[in-house]
Design a protein around this ligand. Sequence first.
Ligand SMILES: NC(=O)c1ccc[n+]([C@@H]2O[C@H](COP(=O)([O-])OP(=O)(O)OC[C@H]3O[C@@H](n4cnc5c(N)ncnc54)[C@H](OP(=O)(O)O)[C@@H]3O)[C@@H](O)[C@H]2O)c1
Length: 336
Amino acid sequence: MVRAWISHTADQTHAQLEELDDTPFQTGEVKIQVQYSCLNYKDALALTHTAPIARKFPMVHGIDGVGLVVESTHSRWQKGECVQVNDWGLGETHWGGLCTTLSVPAAWVSKLPEGRSGRWAAALGTAGYTAALCVMAILDHGTRPEDGPVLVTGVTGGVGSVSTLLLKHLGYEVLGLTGSIDAAGEPLNDSVARHFLNLDLDGSQLIHRDAFAKPGKPLQKTDFAAVVDSVGSHTLVNACARTNYGGIVTACGLAQGMDFEANVAPFILRGITLRGINCVMRSEADRDRAWAMLADAFDEHSIDWMFREIAMEQALEVSRQLLNNEIQGRVVVRCA
Ligand SMILES: NC(=O)c1ccc[n+]([C@@H]2O[C@H](COP(=O)([O-])OP(=O)(O)OC[C@H]3O[C@@H](n4cnc5c(N)ncnc54)[C@H](OP(=O)(O)O)[C@@H]3O)[C@@H](O)[C@H]2O)c1
């Protein structure tokens, strides 16, 4: 039997944790005994049925899975190896990782960086991997630390936190956009204060997200050499309007919204590059480079403060907290 967070129809109010027959989990080339999954924003939307993430039913949720190979019909992966799968449509079109057994094509499987555990990989998960892809795009654009600060939106979130740490590790100055400070710029509570301390962001490096949340002029005073945006909507438009000549804005998320009511002025008058970041189907070279960058920045225990570990049973309740903005950083789900 397999334990899994599953939705049988789109009409359910939320997903259920159920014991399922093992048979449907036998179909892929590689069968993984899942040790850890995690809760990304997308997982929280899916489990609570807040947005239509699953594209077919029944669907097992969870866009990440980390664990041990228990069966493999492909020579690339051997029984006993610790591996991970990030996104690839898990929880959307293919049964996902919030379960005890995952069965996937061999091409979707990634190795863990040398010397890093499954728990470490799940703590970073798709959010951390996507943050690394955003930072890679900034590096490849040629933006250097001396070109100016990088704006990171949704800075207490998974993508935002990991981007901040990665950029700082590489020597960039980071300005964080956040809704987790009050009008006077003070953290909303002790846990947020600790989070900012761990991100090494003080009050002078934080901007309240209200400053970017409404429609603004297409060209504004420039402040940033680059942007990592996980928020979308007017925030993304304003970020483009405030990026230096020739800068790059990486857009990966939609926590504020999917809309993008922009003007071409920043692109044609300031040569801004808007780079969409999608983690779902990346080459093995990109995946390995992103995970190597994460391993270089974070040793096994340096990110322990950034995540909480929960039991499978808690995934729905914690998803609701995540959507209510009550959680900073990452959530690891213990599946085994
Ligand atoms: N393109 C891809 O391949 C890819 C991969 C991974 C994630 N994503 C997307 O990236 C986004 C972030 O994911 P995540 O896992 O980091 O989520 P998360 O941990 O929930 O973080 C999202 C953060 O956004 C901010 N936020 C929330 N509601 C907002 C609003 N209405 N307006 C402005 N900011 C808001 C909050 O930070 P503050 O309190 O600091 O403001 C929150 O912590 C999601 O939209 C997710 O779907 C995309």
